[in-house]
Design a protein. Structure first.
Length: 250
């Protein structure tokens, strides 16, 4: 399979304006993401899909490819859909543009999951969530799996539910799982996502991954030790800059 990663990026961020172009490390954040993603052994190409000419120019200055899109896309997957006809790919990996510390091997594991399991439509990731506060936080998306390691449901609610509010391990001895928002789509699955209207559960939970799941798609879930850190606020970015300099840019 030929796999291509697409990074949707836009300037309009309410909590952290001009997020992709922040460059306190000397590199725009979107370029940090691209450099990490390019370490993946399973990708043939990495592309940025953006609605901002400034992002295109920053990306191209550092030797990467960027494609302009419309500004009215409701989700990152919809933005990727606009550039899909220009991609030579059997698998499209949707990588968030605000995750400059993403682990390249996670991408490799998602692509491998699709290669090894032709019955799956999408592969995504999840990490243990033992912290009670984050378990109850609606901004932290949870996922529950069946015995094949496929997603049964994604929710902002605390799932699996407990009679108490404590996210203790389930009867199987496992903590709840936090969904990690990276997706490897088979091309046909992404085309199906784009053709479907937003589903009832998708609108209720405000989670785009429910659109395909509600329509019978199969999501393979790769479990990883911990979720990579996204950059949503000025303090998140300041912490990333400190870590980057502390690690000498590695």
């Amino acid at each position: 399979m030929r796999a291509v990663a697409v990074v949707p990026a836009r300037l309009a961020s309410t909590r952290l304006p001009r997020k992709p172009l922040l460059a306190d490390t000397g590199l725009p954040m979107v370029v940090h993401v691209l450099r990490r993603v390019m370490r993946s052994a399973s990708l043939a190409e990495v592309v940025v899909a953006t609605d901002a000419r400034e992002i295109v120019e920053a990306v191209e200055r550092h030797g990467f490819r960027a494609i302009m899109t419309r500004s009215d896309h409701p989700t990152g997957s919809d933005r990727i859909g606009e550039v899909l006809p220009r991609l030579d790919a059997d698998v499209i990996v949707n990588v968030q543009g605000d995750e400059p510390e993403i682990a390249p091997d996670v991408i490799d594991r998602l692509v491998a999951r699709l290669a090894e399991h032709p019955e799956l439509d999408v592969a995504t990731a999840a990490a243990p969530l033992p912290d009670a506060t984050r378990y109850r936080d609606p901004n932290v998306v949870k996922v529950v799996l069946n015995r094949r390691g496929e997603a049964l449901y994604f929710s902002r609610a605390p799932i699996p539910g407990h009679k108490t509010s404590d996210p203790a391990p389930t009867a199987a001895g496992r903590p709840p799982l936090q969904h990690v928002g990276i997706y490897a789509y088979r091309r046909s699955a992404l085309e199906r996502f784009l053709a479907l209207p937003p589903s009832e559960l998708e609108r209720t939970e405000s989670l785009e991954q429910l659109r395909l799941l509600e329509n019978g798609a199969r999501y393979g879930v790769v479990e990883i030790p911990e979720a990579h850190r996204g950059i949503d606020t000025p303090s998140d970015y300041a912490d990333f800059v400190a870590r980057w300099f502390a690690n000498a840019g590695n």
